[in-house]
Design a protein around this ligand. Structure first.
Ligand SMILES: NC(=O)c1ccc[n+]([C@@H]2O[C@H](COP(=O)([O-])OP(=O)(O)OC[C@H]3O[C@@H](n4cnc5c(N)ncnc54)[C@H](O)[C@@H]3O)[C@@H](O)[C@H]2O)c1
Ligand SMILES: N[C@H](CO)Cc1c[nH]c[nH+]1
Ligand SMILES: [Zn+2]
Length: 434
């Protein structure tokens, strides 16, 4: 894992950004071809891509009720501790999400005037659950539960099939615990396209949420506008800010926990102590071979793993805010005070015991978070992602007549005399009941 000084990192970041833009152009060509094929050929194209990318020869994209129930019963009876853990995690997520549910409001600025905001759940939502390099029952819980709490009528999951055409029974069990309505065996850009435009099997969704690899993230970007999306939740990232009060083994283990997601996951340690940076580096090297997914981790750490040495805390905070990481761990002595200074991060883990996997699985806040610097303007997935707002306006006859001339003045200034007329007609003839 490379150790860099702040200035070198900043200079490299500019070059990396240019290289990323170039890579994304190549990715776009592939993703757009997939989207077009699914738009034109529906299920037929979806099935062909499942064969090509997931090596699964499917006859149907939908997980049948029978398949789903068998998986659920099997996990419940054969893996009771796992079933219990998922149920407990689901309850923590539900509890947290209920608190994020916004209510509408009404107020009366004057007698005869009532203004408000009405909040309505979305009707149909597609949840993308990644499944290429790992299986993610926790993502099922994280992304389906807020939709259910919001009151969404139909929540469908898409996830890549395994080569034998099945879906991990634990994913199917989590889907039932969370309250999903249907599960489809389809992944990648083809799943995003199928949810965006609908196919013979998949319903067209109003919104697509959920994380995924670069193909998924890029496809979501392309279909945005035809369908709503939550955010760009791409390859996982972690940034740990630590000082020498934190055991280097904790920092290393946390960095590697995210590196194991995929080769393109990014793990960064920020510190102001050069000697400490070396200790973390040694720990990373010591721990990698001990982990099962060492090959993925090694590549991820070699390409996207960095330890950055800053001059002081202020420079470190400035750097963290520039990176806007998906996960930020403030692990050192001043963690509590540092939280106030952080402007951009998907989730902030405070103190040496708040390890990132705690948030991935159990604490309750969502683990679907903005990545790739988008925490500057995006938030964790929440109930609010599954609800939309309508304004409500009620004026009595008296109040409309009070303000008729004012409204007409503005309408005429815009040259929209039809607008002015709609008000004037009421001014001149106001015998409708209020
Ligand atoms: N941000 C979050 O909350 C979060 C949560 C979990 C996972 N993740 C991230 O999600 C990602 C999951 O990636 P994954 O690959 O394991 O699963 P995935 O489901 O996102 O992607 C697998 C799909 O990618 C498609 N694909 C693979 N190679 C392709 C190619 N050459 N051309 C076209 N399509 C191709 C296939 O259709 C396949 O079904 C990881 O980067 C992980 O870090 C993020
Ligand atoms: N860390 C991932 C989000 O970047 C979420 C996850 C799911 N399972 C384990 N981790
Ligand atoms: Zn994780």
């Amino acid at each position: 894992m490379q150790i860099l000084r702040y200035e070198t990192y900043k200079q490299n970041a500019v070059n990396t950004e240019k290289a990323t833009q170039l890579m994304q152009r190549n990715l776009d060509e592939q993703v757009l071809e997939i989207i077009r094929a699914v738009q034109e050929h529906g299920d037929e194209a979806a099935l062909a891509y499942s064969k090509k990318f997931d090596k699964a020869d499917l006859s149907s994209l939908l997980v049948s009720d029978e398949e789903w129930n068998i998986a659920f019963d099997k996990v419940k009876s054969e893996q009771p501790a796992l079933f219990q853990a998922l149920t407990e995690a689901a309850e923590n997520i539900r509890q947290y999400q209920r608190r994020t549910k916004e209510e509408g409001f009404q107020f009366s600025p004057q007698p005869g005037i009532r203004l408000g905001q009405k909040i309505t759940p979305l009707e149909r939502v597609g949840v993308y659950v990644p499944g290429g390099k790992a299986s993610y029952p926790s993502t099922v819980l994280m992304d389906v539960i807020p939709a259910v709490v919001a009151g969404v009528e139909q929540v469908v999951i898409t996830t890549p099939p395994r080569p034998d055409g099945t879906i991990d029974p634990v994913v199917l069990t989590a889907a039932k615990i969370a309250g999903a309505d249907q599960v489809f065996k389809i992944g990648g850009a083809q799943a995003v396209a199928a949810l965006a435009y609908g196919t013979e099997s998949l319903p067209k969704a109003d919104k697509i949420v959920g994380p995924g690899n670069a193909f998924v993230a890029r496809a979501k970007k392309w279909v945005f506008g035809d369908v709503a999306i939550d955010m760009i939740a791409g390859p996982s990232e972690i940034c740990a800010f630590a000082d020498n009060t934190v055991p280097p083994s904790y920092v290393a283990a946390d960095l590697l926990s995210q590196a194991e997601h995929a080769e393109d996951a990014a793990s960064i340690c920020v510190t102001t102590d050069a000697a400490y940076a070396e200790k973390v580096q040694k720990e990373v090297e010591r721990q990698i071979p001990l982990l099962e997914r060492a090959a993925i981790i090694r590549e991820s750490i070699q390409t996207n793993g960095k330890i950055i040495i800053c001059e002081d805390e202020a420079q470190a905070i400035e750097l963290i805010n520039t990176i806007a990481p998906e996960h930020l761990q403030l692990m050192g002595n001043n963690a509590e005070e540092q939280v106030e200074k952080i402007k951009h991060a998907g989730a902030i883990f405070i103190g040496p015991y708040s390890s990132e996997p705690l948030g991935d699985y159990f604490a309750g806040p969502n683990h679907t978070l903005p990545t790739n610097g988008t925490a500057r303007f995006s938030s964790p997935l929440g109930v609010y992602d599954f609800m939309k707002k309508s304004s409500t306006i009620h004026y009595s006859k008296e109040r409309l007549l009070d303000y008729a001339d004012t409204i007409i003045t503005i309408a005429e200034a815009e040259g929209l005399t039809g607008h002015a007329n709609a008000i004037r007609i009421r001014k001149e003839n106001n015998d409708a009941s209020s």
